[in-house]
Structures are given as C-alpha cells and as structure tokens.
Design a protein around this ligand. Structure first.
Ligand code: HEM
Length: 407
C-alpha cells in the first residue's frame, strides 16, 4: 500500500476530475473563496494528487458524507492522517474521533454537561463580561479586536464556565491552533504549531484534572458521570480536554468574524441594531458566511458510492464546510452577507451525530457580545487592515483593528 501524509494513497476514481492544487497553500488558507468556487464547479468531488485524497465543496455531498457515520467514520481521524494506519500525535478525542457505540456513551455525558439548561445559568455572567469589555473598548475608541475582545472575552468566560482554576489566554488559543493545524499535512505550519506542544500540552492536561476544577462547573458535571460509573475518571479528563481543544479557538474566531462582517457591511449592522430579534440570526449568517471550521475529513470505512462516484475503503475525503456554506445550489445569493437570511441547515457547526456539542454555549457567548454591540455601539469602522491567519482547519483573523463609535 502506498502511504501519503499518514493515509492510503488512493487511485483516481472514475469520472472524478484531477485537480493539481494545494488546499493548504497559505494564499488559499487566507483567501479561499476562488478556490471554493472552482472546487464546486469541477464536480461533486475532485481528486487532489498532492495528497491523494478526494475533496468536496458542494453542500449535498458534504452533508451526505458528514451525516453517514457508518460509511464515513471519524474514528480514523478527522484530518489527513488515518488512525488505523498511523498513530496520532496525541491520544484521540474520546468524542470527536470515535464512532458509535462508544461515541454514544461519551457524547451523552458531554451533551448533558453542555445542555441548554446548564448553559442558561451562565448567560447573565456572559452579558456582564461582554458589556464591560465593550464599554472599555468604546472608551478606548480604537482597538485590536482579536486580542482585546474575542480572545480576552472567550478566554475569561469559557474557562470560568468549565471551572478551570487557572487561565492563560495565550496557551488556550495556541492549543486550539495546534489541534486544528495537526489535522493537516506535516508541513512548516503544522511543525511550527507542534513545536509549542512541550510547553502547552502539559499545562492543558494539568487543567483537566479533577482537583484543578471547581466543584460547580461544566468540568465537574462531566466528572460526576465518572462517580456514577457512566464513564471512567480518565475518560472524564479526556472530555474536559475536548472542551479546551474545541471550545476556544472556534468561539474566538466566531466573534472576530462577526465583527469583521459588521464592519464590512455597516448597513447590515444597522439592520441588526434596529431589530433585537436579528441578533441571533446575524451570528448564524456569520457562521454560514465565514465558517470558522473551514474543513474536516471523514474516512470511507467501506467501498461505497456518493453521487455516482465510486469511493474505496480508506479514502480520505476533505469536506470543505466553508465552501458548502456558499454553494449556489443551496443558497440564493450565497456571497451576500444578509442578517435576515436565517440560514437553517448551514454546516458551520457540523451535522449528524458529531454536530457541535458546544453550540449552545458558543451561541450564548457570542449572543452576549452581539447584544452589547447592538445596545452600545453606533458604528464599527476598520482602523487598519484585517489579516487572516493560515490554519489547516480554522479560518481565523490574526488581527482586526477597528474603531467603535458610541451610539
Ligand atoms: C463558533 C464556535 C464553534 C464552531 C464553529 C464549532 C464547530 C464545530 C464543528 C464543525 C464540529 C463537527 C466536527 C465533526 O463532525 O467532525 C464540532 C464538534 C464539536 N465541538 Fe464545536 N464548534 C464551536 C464551538 C464549540 C464549543 C464552545 C465547544 C465546547 C464547549 C465545542 C466542542 C465541540 C466538540 C466536543 C465536538 C465534537 C462532538 C462530537 O464528535 O460528537 N465546540 N464543532
């Protein structure tokens, strides 16, 4: 068997166009929308020889692959590497990188800890924190929103909700970046992210221990399931690790992207401010429009077929969620940011059994920021260039200088 980037190098399937492109090229990672248009135009799937994978950027195919966990598994890794053939850099996630029936057990525990009921109690605190930060930024006038708002806010309220005894904004953000870069090829970007592992990973693992968590946070609810014998103590620690892997960078990115959208289309900010009921839909549209998680993989676990294309067991399929969320077959005027759209069915939070288990808390966190913006901020203007940061799975802003004007 020929191996490439930790998975089996497949032959080109019949009727699939070959496209000599590198989806991990930094120019594409920073500004991927021409790449996505071409990816969708070429067909339901393309074959990318550089990595010997299939890629899809169309909504229907991405949805089919993402929702059919029996044919397209997560246990072989949601990045380029096939865990059946190569050992991953860290013990796999006990929720993201496993299949049923094991997944059902861990998912039940983590979903309970992150249930709407559990999150409701946190909303008031989120609002107080968001209001204070937005007031500070209004007083300052011009600021760098990624660090001063998106990171400052998320790395305060989220670790507190989980029950961390100690927080470290830099390590939490960089851990997320590391985990998401690890899903891509073993290139310079991945290597430089992984070089931080000796500093960050022991710190993260320490934070996940029961004795380092409060007795009333989300982490404690997860550990309580170990007392009941539902999961082991070790699995509880791994689930807390999942919160820290998946819950910080994604939300930071969501907040940065929301503000970028509102600064780019001020008339949409006006529409949102005029109707408080649009605060939530404005974030859903941000998710559809910017897709913080741009792509994840599945691995075919059987010989199968999608849209008439034969797919062999072991095929790695890159599903470009960000492209599917702009698919003209699915969305009218997909490249228009429209806060009134109500984009039900977008793939930014995934779909099916692995659909984001943290979506209730993510939405609650961002909603508090949106409320503060709608209540207090009259105008959001760019005060410098917005810079996007290349990452193998996340499309995040690196810098976003803006000026907030008072209402
Ligand atoms: C705007 C913020 C967020 C976005 C865009 C996002 C996106 C996603 C996506 C696309 C998936 C599906 C992965 C797949 O099917 O392979 C996912 C799963 C997951 N997310 Fe989120 N997420 C966000 C916030 C959060 C937060 C705040 C948490 C933790 C509290 C979290 C924890 C998880 C976990 C543990 C999974 C795996 C669930 C499973 O496999 O059953 N996410 N997320």
């Amino acid at each position: 068997m020929n191996m490439i980037e930790g998975h089996m190098a497949i032959e080109v399937p019949e009727n699939v166009p070959v496209w000599d492109v590198d989806p991990y090229d930094h120019n594409i990672l920073r500004d991927p929308y021409d790449y996505y248009s071409e990816l969708r135009a070429k067909g339901p799937f393309v074959y990318i020889p550089k990595y010997a994978i299939l890629a899809t950027g169309r909504y229907l195919e991405a949805k089919e692959v993402f929702t059919d966990w029996e044919r397209f598994v997560s246990s072989r890794g949601v990045g380029l590497q096939d865990f059946k053939l190569e050992e991953p850099w860290r013990p796999p996630s006990v929720v993201l990188e496993v299949d049923p029936p094991y997944h059902t057990k861990t998912r039940t525990v983590i979903a309970r800890a992150l249930s709407p009921k559990a999150i409701r109690a946190l909303k008031e605190g989120f609002q107080i924190a968001a209001d204070k930060l937005v007031d500070d930024l209004l007083a300052k006038g011009t600021s760098e929103i990624v660090v001063d708002l998106a990171e400052a806010y998320t790395t305060t309220v989220f670790p507190a909700a989980v029950g961390l005894s100690e927080t470290d904004s830099r390590r939490l953000v960089d851990y997320g970046a590391m985990v998401f870069n690890a899903l891509g090829p073993d290139n310079e970007l991945r290597q430089s992210a992984m070089a931080q592992a000796p500093d960050i990973v022991p710190w993260i693992m320490e934070r996940c221990k029961r004795e380092n968590l409060s007795t009333d946070g989300i982490g404690a609810t997860i550990y309580a399931a170990a007392d009941d014998g539902e999961i082991t103590e070790e699995e509880a620690g791994m689930l807390v690790r999942s919160l820290l892997s998946a819950g910080v960078d994604t939300t930071v990115t969501g907040i940065g992207s929301l503000i970028w959208c509102l600064a780019t289309w001020p008339e949409q900010f006006e529409i949102m401010k005029a109707d408080p009921k649009l605060v939530r839909p404005a974030f859903e549209e941000t998710l559809r429009f910017t897709s913080p998680v741009h792509s994840f993989f599945r691995t075919a676990n059987v010989d199968t077929e999608v849209s008439g294309i034969k797919i062999v067991d072991g095929t790695k399929i890159m599903c470009s969620l960000a492209s599917a969320n702009r698919d003209e077959r699915q969305w009218p005027q997909p490249d228009k940011f429209d806060v009134t759209r109500m984009p039900a069915g977008h793939l930014a939070m995934g779909l099916g059994i692995h659909g984001c288990v943290g979506q209730v808390i993510a939405r609650a966190e961002v909603e508090a920021v949106s409320n503060a913006l709608a209540d207090k901020v009259g105008s959001i203007e760019f005060a410098g260039e917005a810079v996007w940061r290349p990452n193998h799975s996340i499309r995040a802003l690196d810098r976003l200088p803006v000026s907030f004007g008072k209402k």
